[in-house]
Design a protein around this ligand. Sequence first.
Ligand code: PAF
Length: 279
Amino acid sequence: MIRTEFIADVKKLVREWKSAGLSIGLVPTMGYLHEGHASLIKKAREENDRVIVSDFVNPIQFGVGEDLESYPRDFEADCNLCESLGVDLIFHPSPEEMYLPGFHSHVGVDTLSTNLCGKSRPIHFNGVCTVVTKLFNISEADRAYFGQKDAQQLCIVKRMVRDLNMNISIIGCPIIREDDGLAKSSRNTYLNAEERQAALILHKALTKGEELVKSGETDASKVKQAITDIINSEPLAKIDYVEIVDASELQAVETINGEILCAIAVYIGKTRLIDNFFA
Ligand code: PAF
């Protein structure tokens, strides 16, 4: 496996691979890889001749007061995992390599970025779209792999690719959970033992919500209320949002009758966790 910090190295390899007619899969990550990432890498490995993993904590998607500095990092462990999964290239640029002095260009997706996580993280999705566009251009990947845990991110990236005619297929992959149901996330590492236990309330609440929808409840407010009540029963949990939106435009629905996304963000202590289901 090749490791590099430099865009020029990636471009050189990509040129060689492309001229040999090889397909490329990209797994964009912020590192501190876990089994959720591993599932994306395995899928990319199955579907492409070459696999690139980017490992970059993207500063422009963090707002003031968010966890940019404390975001967990372990590049050696990431390399070991990638190597064991047959990754061809791990790209680990510095912020200076990605954002040259005088960097002023941004990519954004209106409307889809303003609700759900966009309400409390107003610059987040423009930062994501911008870095992802750069990674697509650098890697010239045929396919890129994203987890459904970040459901809004997945919808936004798909829409950006469609709207801007980008030459790449976006593959969404299912949420990977711990045995007790907590969705895998690099941020789970912030939780102490008591908080880790309390964090189970997210999955518990969503499971109830999903059961209600599957059993035919169409009143979104009733489903949201049931989820809210369960989360509020956990003293360490503080709700950021509980929303039911249509799965395409991500706008709140009153009646559940097409494909919906039920998404939640909850603080457990100081750690903000997200989870969701589609129905
Ligand atoms: O989901 C993430 O880890 C990040 O938002 C991404 C897509 C790698 C962009 O920095």
